[in-house]
Design a protein around this ligand. Structure first.
Ligand code: PSU
Ligand code: MN
Length: 315
């Protein structure tokens, strides 16, 4: 019996926005965006406004933005205005990481994709560059909780370049960089020798290498993949100076959160939100504008990188 027909064709579950599909078919550059920032990270309506503005920046640079999410069990590659609003407004959308994708598809549910899940689905859609604010990393207390983001594992196995401004502000930067090193993931500073600290430009930790432009970055990525070295690259682009926040306030919020969290025995997933809330209480609403600013800056780098990579990989 020919069992070929039994084999599920996953592309049937992929839904492309028309401009994304056209660009991919024509071999023009496409930049993936995640949906967790939309559903879990930024408040409505700023989340929708910021994601739209990020898309406009990517378009202005000559690439096409493709926000990735799962809606009713269908993988969306590029969101309609309606779906953007839906994900931005609806409370309780599942945060979908690699492990969650199968069940969400099986149950025809919705999922806002994390960095890890967005990488998986971007790769499926043949998109090579992904822009976000921050990757997940090693959480505080991971030495006993083992809470290390699946983003790090994903970066070691899926060939997608991730442009970001560091790790989430509630994670340990040094330990995150050690894990990335162990997993062989290049951490490349875009015009910086220091790994950025998300809300601020500098963390005190170095990067593997510094590039001055997207061309050099694209070349390094080309060689990584040409060598058969699986996995992504972290391209770290610091927040614009005029939008960076006061590191002292962030550290204070974090330290208070860590002490208070221990007292209240906060555990698991609640940790991240708890710590971030302490940081927010110190910096006020400025965090939203900063988050937007770093995404806009990353969008520029990501679009330029996608163009260079396209030229190099498909020439
Ligand atoms: N950046 C932030 N806040 C977030 C995230 C990124 O400032 O919540 C999301 C990203 O989608 C990232 C995910 O992939 O958090 C990591 O979560 P975890 O540590 O549970 O893997
Ligand atoms: Mn986690």
């Amino acid at each position: 019996m020919d069992r070929k027909g039994d084999c599920m064709r996953i592309d049937r579950y992929l839904e492309y926005a028309k401009d994304v599909k056209d660009a991919l078919l024509d071999g023009r550059p496409v930049v993936a965006l995640e949906s967790t920032i939309l559903s879990h990270n930024l408040p409505y309506p700023q989340n929708v406004e910021i994601v739209k503005a990020v898309g406009d920046i990517i378009r202005a640079q000559g690439a096409v933005p493709a926000t990735i999410a799962i809606i009713n069990g269908r993988i969306q590659v590029g969101l309609s205005q309606e779906n953007l609003e839906f994900l931005g407004k609806t409370p309780g959308i599942q945060k979908a990481s690699r492990r969650d994708i199968p069940m969400i598809l099986a149950r025809e549910e919705h999922g806002a994709t994390t960095v890890a899940a967005t990488m998986v689905l971007a790769d499926l859609a043949k998109i090579k560059v992904f822009v976000t604010g921050a990757i997940g990393g090693v959480h505080y207390g991971a030495e006993s909780t083992f809470d290390v983001s699946a983003d790090l594992e994903e970066l070691s196995r899926t060939n997608v370049a991730v442009v970001c401004s560091g790790v989430k502000p509630t994670q340990e930067i040094g330990r995150t960089l050690e894990v990335l090193e162990s997993k062989g993931v290049p951490v490349i500073g875009y015009q910086t020798a220091e790994f950025p600290a998300f809300y601020t430009e500098k963390s005190g930790y170095g990067v593997n290498a510094t590039v001055e432009d997207e061309k050099e970055l694209a070349l390094a990525i080309k060689f990584k993949w040409a060598l058969g070295l699986k996995g992504g690259v972290v391209a770290a682009n610091p927040i614009p100076k005029d939008k960076s926040l006061d590191q002292k306030l962030i550290d204070e919020g974090l330290q208070e959160g860590l002490i208070e969290g221990k007292k209240q025995n906060i555990q698991g997933k609640a940790w991240t939100a708890f710590l971030h809330n302490h940081i927010k209480s110190k910096v006020g609403d400025a965090w939203i504008e900063s988050n937007g600013a770093l995404l806009y800056s990353n969008a520029k780098v990501g679009a330029a990188l996608a163009k260079e990579l396209n030229d190099i990989l498909y020439r």
